[in-house]
Design a binder for this molecule. Structure first.
Ligand code: ADP
Ligand code: MG
Length: 307
């Protein structure tokens, strides 16, 4: 298969919607104008950095898109289009078929259309860029919008993916729920759209709960008081390892948001804290001893850094 046959075979599987004047096949994609705010996000997955070399191609296809949809969700955007920049070490038809299946299953579930990309040879790397629209009359939800008195809420698992990473590194058995959290993260797209009129700020948890909450606190210039009893119930296991995973484990793609002051936490999320006046510190109140020691350990070294 040539490069062009490969693109034609694997990456032209969707019908063209009305908003797309020209999709895959020309020098560029052409999108009809839309008056709403558009959010554009991008994320790269590198083999041996973002996923283990033996990860199923289907899971890699799912995750490459899921991490981008998670960013759109955290901005309150409805996903619409993606581009795919694929660098492949070799032409492997089985791998490509599995990858495309994982990608398209998630894309079709969200009515997201692949509109273009680039295909090159080299160490396995996948970059997806995604665009999504903010509902008419609303604005994107930023990290910087939190106000004192807002409730801090979480939707999604915290720490499960990090436990899977540890077990894969140690080559021990990974429980199904942990493997699923790592390989098939669930982007909180519907919840992101439900934030309009209810949340003042949001972020998705990709580097770890404390690291990403710190980003939100700094952008909003306030602190957070965390409820230990509520967080203990979210820990993937009730011990210090579980607490460290909860607070500092990456790859969760949970949705973290702060309600508008006076707006209660919605029933579909868990309230885990409150925005307070002051420097962007995160303070843990109450909770069991294992949670508190895990918090102290995690707070020292919050978040994965590439550099
Ligand atoms: P050019 O040489 O003009 O950059 P390419 O040969 O890279 O064009 O790509 C041809 C067409 O195929 C373009 O529309 C491009 O967007 C699309 N394309 C290339 N690779 C991919 C891919 N991995 N997924 C989706 N579309 C792709
Ligand atoms: Mg090209």
């Amino acid at each position: 298969m040539t490069e062009f046959e490969l693109i034609q075979h694997f990456f032209t599987q969707q019908a063209s919607p009305a908003w797309l004047a020209t999709g895959v096949g020309d020098d560029g994609a052409v999108l009809n104008a839309d008056p709403r705010q558009q959010v554009v996000v991008t994320d790269t997955l590198l083999e041996n950095v973002h996923f283990f070399a033996n990860t199923a191609a289907h899971a890699v296809g799912h995750k490459a898109l899921a991490v981008n949809l998670s960013d759109l969700a955290a901005m309150g955007a409805e996903p619409r289009w993606i581009t795919l920049n694929l660098t492949l070490p070799k032409f492997d038809e089985d791998w490509l078929a599995g990858f495309a299946k994982g990608l398209y299953e998630l894309a079709n579930a969200h009515k997201v259309v692949l509109i273009g990309g680039d295909t090159t040879r080299g160490p396995l790397s996948i970059t997806i860029t995604a665009g999504g629209y903010i509902p008419a009359g609303s604005a994107a939800i930023c990290r910087s919008g939190a106000l004192v008195g807002g409730e801090l809420c979480v939707l999604g698992d915290l720490g499960l993916a990090a436990l899977a990473v540890q077990k894969r590194q140690q080559e021990t058995v990974v429980p199904e729920a942990e493997a699923a959290a790592l390989d098939y993260p669930h982007p909180q797209v519907d919840a992101g759209l439900a934030l309009h009129g209810m949340a003042a700020a949001a972020i998705d948890v990709s580097d770890g709960f404390l690291a990403d909450l710190k980003h939100l606190a700094e952008a909003s210039q306030l602190g957070f008081k965390l409820h230990g009893e509520a967080l203990a119930l979210l820990a993937p296991q009730p011990d210090e390892v579980g607490a460290i995973s909860l607070f500092s484990g990456g790859d969760d793609y949970a949705l973290l948001f702060v309600t508008l002051p006076g707006q209660p936490a919605p029933a579909w999320a868990t309230a885990v804290g409150e925005a307070v006046l002051g420097s962007p510190d995160l303070v843990l109140n109450a909770g069991p001893a294992w949670l508190r020691s895990g918090f102290d350990a995690a707070y020292q070294s919050a978040g994965y850094r590439h550099f």
